[in-house]
Write a protein that binds this ligand. Sequence first.
Ligand code: SF4
Length: 370
Amino acid sequence: MESCEVGSDWVSRFRRSVRRWYSRHGRQLPWLGQRDPYTVWVREIMLQQTTVTAVVPYLERFLARFPNVETLASATPDEVLREWEGLGYYRRARNLLKAAGVVANEWGGTWRRSAEELEALPGVGRYTAGAIASFAFEQAAPIVEANTARLFARLIALPVLPSSSEGRKRLWSLAERVVPRVRPGEFNQALIDLGATVCGVEARCEVCPVRSCCEAFDRDVVERVPLRVPRSDPTDVFEVMLVMRREREVFVIRHPDGERWGGLWGFPSWERSTPVSCTAGEAVRIQRDVAAWGCDVEFLAWQKPFRHSVTRFRLHLQPIAVQWQSGEWLGTDPGEWVSLDELENRPLAVASRRIARRIESMRGQGDGVM
Ligand code: SF4
C-alpha cells in the first residue's frame, strides 16, 4: 500500500480509533495539556533520542533554572551545559542556546506558529517544528519520530528502511494524511503514545485499536517491519585519564566542539592501542607523554578503572593521579586549573564527573585533594 493511496474512509476510521483509544489509555505524562511554546520546545529537544523517564527530572530542573526564552538566551554555554550534563547529545544544548538567541533577539520574544518558520531555528528539525506547531499552537502539522515511525511503517508495511529517502518520504506522507485539523496536538500525542505503548518494538497487536487498518498485521509481517540496519558490535577504546593536582586544584581541559563531549570540560585523556597496564614502566611512559605537553609530574597512584559506553564505543578508562611539579600545559585542547568547588559548577563529561565525585567523596573523608 502506498501511503498516498490511503483512502478517506481509512483515514476517518483510523482517526476515530486512535482518539477513542487515547481517551482511555493515553499516558499520564507530566506535561499533558502544556501549551507554552518555550516549554514544549525544550521538552521536545530533550526527548530526542532520550526516554521520557530520563527527561522528566532534567526538564524540571532546566525550566526552574531558565523559566523562559529570555533567561535562556542570556545564559552562558557553561551554564546551559551544566544543566544538560548527563543527558548526552550535547549539540542539542548548544543549539538550544543559539535558538533561544534567535527567538529572544531576532523574533522579539514572539514565537512563530507555523512548522515551516519554526524549522528555521538551530536544532529544530521537521519533527520538533511539527511538535511545537501542533502541541503549542494547534496547527495541523504532521510529526514523525521514533514511535510514530514504527507505527506508520507497520500500518503501510513499509518495504524499505524508514531512514532511507523513500522511507522518510512515505512516512511523512502518511503523517500529513492522517493529522486532523481539529485538536491536532492531542491527536499527535495519541499517535506517539500508541507507538510507545502498543506498537512498540514488541508489538501488542492483540490489544491494538488500529489493527483493522494495519497492513503488516494483515499480511502477518509485523515481526519484519520496520526493516532495521544490523547493529555492529561496539568498538573497544582504551584510554588513560590524567588527574593532575596542584595544591587544592585539578587540571581540566575543554573538549573541542564536534568531538565526543564537545563543549564540556574533563580530565585530559588519550588513547592507547592496547589495555593500559598499571605498571611502573607504564607510569614512566605516561610521565613522558605529559612532559611532552609541557608539564613535569610525579606519579601518585593508579585509580580504579571503569568502563563507559558512548554511541558505538566502549571506553575502558584508566585514571592516573599525578602531582604537578612544574611547567605549563601545551596540549592542543585548552585547559585550566580549577578548585574542587569550581569543578562542581563546570559542565563535565560523564566519565570526568565520575572521577570528580570520587575526589569529592575522598575530600569529605578528610583525605586531601584525592
Ligand atoms: Fe502495530 Fe500490531 Fe497495531 Fe499493526 S496491529 S499497528 S503492528 S500493534
